[in-house]
Design a protein around this ligand. Structure first.
Ligand SMILES: [Zn+2]
Length: 401
């Protein structure tokens, strides 16, 4: 269809502002704003009209230079209801919401009112949508331009520090602040603290890391994404990677070195390699399944000899079948899994005690490998040595990243 025929159909519907007129031809020509497109089409159509009048809403040609005087425009644009005129209000609301929030980049999103959605839909049904851009798109882009100009912040559609949401239905503005992510590695030097929140335990690895970070970034909540976790009574003496997430932070800058010093002064948790990170790294950390080596102190019910203990050789390279341990059954489904003992060494300490070092495939339950969990783990050390064994101490000594 000729542009003029298309424009004639649009202008017949009612008064349409430059932006809305131009937006129906948005994919034609580059380097123009929709307002400029709309103005050009309007002037051209005004010439057509003066040359040979056609059925139209005459308001559309007010101020377009017709020789025959037209009446003054009174109506609002029948497509956008002059929504762009309320941008200064939305700008003020956005700025007030963001007062005291530190950010460099932003993104704009919007929710149109039902009448705006309907007016655009009806227009497209009547005249087609071959070259159009949506109203919502223009609202987001144009508000973004205005916000950039007024605040000096940068529009960033991929990784914005904050997202500004304009609700044209309620005329309210809300903001979403992107989380700050900090990558690091930790060691847990003491027993008795869980990695993350756990029933009655008052202190966690997460809390210790959170202390200085939350104070600096003034976040609402936090989350700790660890590459696996050790049991509460297990120390972690090798570096275990994690990403610490601060949700809704009002600030985004912090001295990671100071934070590290404060965390390490806890004497319970040490961190190293702190740096800023992102959501993608959380996924990678959660997907990683590194093997782990453990040092395990075990105690036998009956006396044990070196020769006896040497039977552990049979476990080298062995697949272990493990039914979900009884101690975690309340939160995990009852399944059988197979994990390999990749290496095992042993040292007799005295007639009742030995120290094992076991390298296990990711996911191997080592405590159950030792005592057998009433036959739910097979083979197991108790059964292999025909001697009931209890686990005294476990340390993670190596995370094989
Ligand atoms: Zn309009």
């Amino acid at each position: 269809m000729k542009i003029s025929a298309h424009a004639e159909k649009i202008l017949k519907i009612g008064y349409v502002c430059d932006r809305c007129l131009g937006r129906q031809f948005a994919s034609l020509l580059t380097g123009l704003t929709n307002s400029e497109r709309g103005r050009s089409v309007r002037l051209f159509m005004a010439m057509e009209y003066e040359n040979k009048p056609f059925k139209t809403d005459i308001n559309n040609f007010y101020g377009a230079g017709l020789r025959k005087k037209t009446k003054a425009r009174q109506a609002a644009c029948c497509i956008c209801y002059d929504i762009f005129n309320s941008f200064p209000n939305y700008l003020e609301k956005a700025q007030s919401k963001l007062r005291g929030v530190e950010f460099k980049t932003f993104l704009v999103g919007s929710r149109l009112s039902a009448e705006l959605e309907t007016s655009e839909k009806q227009l497209w049904q009547a005249v087609g949508k071959k070259h159009v851009e949506s109203l919502k798109n223009e609202v987001n882009r144009e508000f973004g331009k205005l916000f950039e100009k007024e605040t000096g912040k940068k529009f960033d559609k991929d990784k914005p520090d904050t997202t500004i949401l304009l609700d044209m239905h309620t005329e309210k503005v809300s903001i979403q602040i992107a989380s700050v992510f900090i990558y690091g590695k930790y060691k847990k030097l003491v027993r008795g603290i869980p990695q993350t929140k756990w029933e009655k335990y008052p202190e966690t690895v997460e809390d210790i890391v959170a202390g200085p970070v939350m104070r600096s970034l003034d976040g609402k909540e936090h989350a700790f994404h660890g590459m696996g976790r050790e049991d509460i009574d297990v120390r972690c003496l090798d570096w275990r990677p994690f990403v610490f997430e601060v949700k809704d932070p009002r600030r985004r800058q912090l001295d990671l070195n100071d934070a590290k010093k404060e965390i390490n002064s806890s004497g319970k948790v040490r961190v190293s390699g702190l740096r800023f990170s992102d959501k993608n790294e959380v996924r990678k950390i959660k997907e990683a399944k590194p093997d782990k080596s453990y040092r395990i102190l075990i105690e036998f019910e009956k006396n044990i000899t070196q020769k006896n203990l040497d039977k552990l050789r049979a476990l080298r390279g062995k697949q272990i079948r493990q039914q979900t341990p009884k101690r975690v059954l309340h939160r995990r489904s009852d399944l059988e899994r197979k994990r390999k003992v990749k290496a095992i060494t042993w040292k007799l300490i005295n007639g009742h005690t030995a120290e094992l070092t076991i390298k296990g495939e990711a996911g191997l339950y080592v405590k159950e490998l030792v005592h057998g969990d009433e036959g739910r783990t097979m083979p197991n050390i108790s059964e292999l040595l025909k001697n009931r064994v209890t686990v005294k101490e476990v340390d993670v000594v190596r995370v094989w990243i």
